[in-house]
Design a binder for this molecule. Structure first.
Ligand code: GDP
Ligand code: MN
Length: 349
């Protein structure tokens, strides 16, 4: 038994004949959830959505991570609901604490300032540890070492359509490294120097910048300024091997040294997004249009009426965020040279 692990439940549920599991091969993949014990009932709802719409037929594993030990009730309820194996890990201290080079007084002064300016989560220490962990460490956890792909699931999310194919296998077979459903503009106040720091990184590590990257998605003037577009990382299907690559690891290390997780309030969404936009080829980033998704306060609902019928969707198409003013998804389409799907105009407002 390793010091990080709270043990693994044996998989006695994955009997295809009994469960009606989809035949065929699987990818080497897992769901991944960061949660507290107090999230038990909200993650239970998320699991139910994922299982009902997808995983009951695919039985992928689910890894849960926490900075505190999970309690028996959390493990019991989640293991009861997941059709694959469940695994529970403790986050090592170095991945959830202040690095020694951070000036504590300076960090505390920033939190007080952000509290007064009412910047969302601006006064929170734990939120900063969470963002730093999701930016640079979750994929280093030993429980994820055996997997190639992950699907991140947060408490209180919803899925609105059947997922009648395997998105993990899709990623593998189409050489995708990062998948998203929603994109939007980040609050500038949380990341004042993230782009300057990223530009310095690009100058020092030109070998990590991909040809055919997505600079057009994140900048309107060829990289001079960041337009604040990012993929919303509470949903992600991605490649762990990419996050564990020297390119992404060097990027995170560089950002972590600069201190912006504590001297500002850098989120994991802009960090993953800038990494993906600069280090991957455009074609390696996938828009999962047919995964209809809600995390407060935004909905992704497929624009196509045929898809909504085919996948038995329960979302109101008017709620689809993709073509509204605060979404970046139309920029993604423009970059790729794609036509917007039929009916998008009706969802603009
Ligand atoms: P938001 O979506 O940005 O409003 O942030 P959330 O409160 O949903 O947090 C993002 C993710 O991190 C969720 O999966 C939470 O369960 C998890 N999380 C946030 N704070 C903590 C924490 O202090 N400890 C643990 N273990 N998980 C946390
Ligand atoms: Mn959340």
């Amino acid at each position: 038994q390793s010091p990080f692990s709270h043990g693994t439940t044996p998989n006695t549920k994955n009997n295809h004949a009994l469960t009606g599991a989809a035949p065929g091969k699987r990818a080497n993949a897992t769901f991944i959830t960061l949660a507290r014990n107090s999230d038990t009932w909200e993650i239970a709802k998320s699991i139910r959505h994922i299982e009902d719409r997808f995983n009951r037929k695919y039985n992928y594993d689910w890894v849960f991570l926490n900075d505190q030990p999970f309690d028996e009730q959390f493990k019991k309820i989640t293991t009861r609901l997941v059709s694959g194996k469940t695994k529970y890990g403790l986050i090592p201290k170095e991945h959830w604490s202040f690095p020694e080079w951070i000036d504590q007084d300076k960090a505390a002064a920033v939190r007080e300032d952000m509290r007064q300016r009412k910047i969302i989560y601006g006064d929170s220490v734990s939120y900063r540890h969470m963002c730093r962990f999701e930016s640079g460490f979750f994929f280093e956890h030993e429980l994820l070492a055996e997997y190639e792909f992950y699907w991140r699931v947060e408490p209180s999310i919803k899925l609105f359509c059947d997922v009648d194919y395997d998105p993990f296998l899709y990623m593998k077979e189409n050489k995708k490294k990062y998948g998203f459903t929603l994109s939007l503009y980040e609050y500038k106040d949380t990341i004042p120097t993230l782009w300057e720091t990223t530009k310095k990184f690009m100058a020092e590590y030109p070998q990590h910048i991909a040809e055919g990257n997505s600079m057009k998605f994140i900048s309107d003037n060829d990289g001079k300024d960041y337009n604040n577009c990012h993929f919303w990382s509470n949903f992600e299907i991605g490649s762990l091997n990419w996050l564990r690559s020297p390119a992404y690891r060097d990027y995170f290390k560089y950002l972590d040294k600069a201190g912006g997780f504590f001297y500002e309030r850098w989120g994991d969404a802009p960090v993953h997004s800038l990494g993906a936009a600069l280090m991957l080829k455009q074609e390696e980033i996938h828009f999962f249009d047919n995964i209809a998704y809600w995390h407060v306060p935004f909905t992704h609902c497929p624009t196509s009426e045929e898809d909504r019928e085919k996948y038995k969707c329960s979302c109101n198409p008017k709620d689809n965020f993709d073509w509204k003013g605060y979404s970046c998804t139309s920029r993604f389409f423009e970059m790729r040279g794609w036509e917007k799907p039929k009916g998008w105009e009706y969802q603009m407002n």
